[in-house]
Design a protein around this ligand. Sequence first.
Ligand SMILES: [Zn+2]
Length: 252
Amino acid sequence: MAAERVGPIPLEFRLCSACGIPIYVHVFLVGFFVWRLSDEEAAAKRSQGLPNYRKATEIALTCSISFVILFLTVLIHELGHCAGAKLVGGRVSRILLWPLGGLAFCSSGGGAKGDLLVALAGPLTHAPQYLAWLSLYRLAVHSQEELGSWAPTVRGLCHGAMHLQIILVVFNLLVPVYPLDCSQVIISLCRLCGASQRSAAYFMVALSLLCMAVLLASMVGALHLPVLVFVFGHLVRVAASLVENPCPVAAV
Ligand SMILES: [Zn+2]
């Protein structure tokens, strides 16, 4: 997500800098990781009865690596927004990572084309990330003997990372709710079609409220969405097939 707000958010702390951009992390993200780790360990303990320290260590390691993968994936996504902003001569302030994802505090400088490029630059980073994880997956498949008992874990982590790229692209580009990237794309397209900034913003607010109402109605069972379910079902099937068959060229 890209945002223009610059003011500090309570309970955030500066972690490091990347490409000269300050990276902030919210305390709730650390809490989320601790909760996930304890939840995974508790689930394993429930299913196995007596404590198994080797398994507990394996779960802790896998959970930590998965968290690092998620952290880096979102960070690269936000750096993509910042790179897009710099490319069109805009302003980049900082990046915040929190439990709901990431926020890149940057702006394009005001032009609709620039805003569109900044909005698309984040999701575009998932294509090279997907290819990188696909290469690692293939490497893990060809190095099964060297990896030994860790081979399934490494393959699983690569699978998960590839799946994550697809989910983030679908979520960011197909859900028209502010402040997801899709909303900025729609606002930019409206402006490119001649609408004023104010009209495009009002349209996006109305669309966001409509989408949230429809999704909430669907969640409580008040509304069935066969078309939406079909589209998302198809996307999930495509994502699943990509994950199940990560070497489509070889398969052909
Ligand atoms: Zn984004």
